[in-house]
Design a protein around this ligand. Structure first.
Ligand SMILES: [Zn+2]
Length: 224
């Protein structure tokens, strides 16, 4: 396994015990560590919507990273895969993601860095959408939104699990640090921003127009 950046001996081994996924642009592949394949992140006996919300959304997040890295061919050689029009279209659609992050103020006076966190945010938005669409394909639209004996629908359980998976207790000081130096957004944004852009979320919970977690269609970002 190629590990880049290489930050020290044992890095490759460490990554096997850390539950995470990584994009590997040089081999056009996604690496999911063995440690990820355990409950509660992945459970072969669990209902599909739960695994799609965790393993599925992280895998799709890494997949978007690979797709966004368009400078390598299938054999790893340097090659531009996108046309000039593709690049322009991606940039234009991406402005929406940048603007939503910049407009969010997690604490008074603390501003997000939409440009700097774009790569991770666009992977979060796209990863959620792709995982949810894959689940819809697996279950069928009717079954996805149908409330069953448990009182919830598979779609609702997918979103609960997605939010629970990212649930974080964070001090203001740590949140400030995340905004300043992390390439990822604070977890509250990583949940609420992608969900509020996804029509399936509003449908699953019957959000009324104007609901805070359901952006109107013309304000929804869609890159992937
Ligand atoms: Zn990422």
């Amino acid at each position: 396994m190629i590990v880049s950046p290489w930050v020290g001996d044992g890095m490759a081994a460490a990554r096997l015990v850390v539950p995470n996924g990584f994009p590997d642009a040089f081999s056009n592949s996604v690496i999911m560590t063995a440690a990820f394949l355990g409950a509660p992140r992945f459970d072969g006996d669990a209902a599909p919507e739960l695994n799609y919300a965790t393993f599925g959304s992280v895998f799709a997040h890494e997949f978007v990273h690979v797709a966004e890295t368009h400078e390598f061919g299938a054999d790893g050689s340097v090659q531009e895969l996108w046309s000039a029009a593709d690049i322009k279209a991606e940039e234009a659609a991406g402005q929406c993601v940048v603007a939503q992050a910049n407009a969010w103020e997690p604490l008074p006076g603390v501003k997000m860095k939409g440009e700097r966190q774009y790569g991770e945010n666009v992977a979060d938005y796209g990863g959620l959408r792709l995982a949810f669409e894959a689940l819809e394909k697996r279950l069928g639209t009717d079954a996805l939104y149908r409330v069953d004996a448990s009182g919830t629908s598979p779609a609702q359980r997918f979103f609960y699990k997605y939010a629970q998976y990212r649930c974080t207790a964070q001090t203001d000081e740590d949140l400030r640090k995340t905004v300043e130096s992390d390439s990822h957004a604070p977890t509250v944004f990583r949940v609420n921003a992608p969900l509020s852009n996804l029509p399936g979320f509003a449908r699953a919970f019957s959000c009324q127009p104007g609901a805070k977690m359901a952006r109107p269609p013309e304000q929804q970002c869609r890159v992937w």
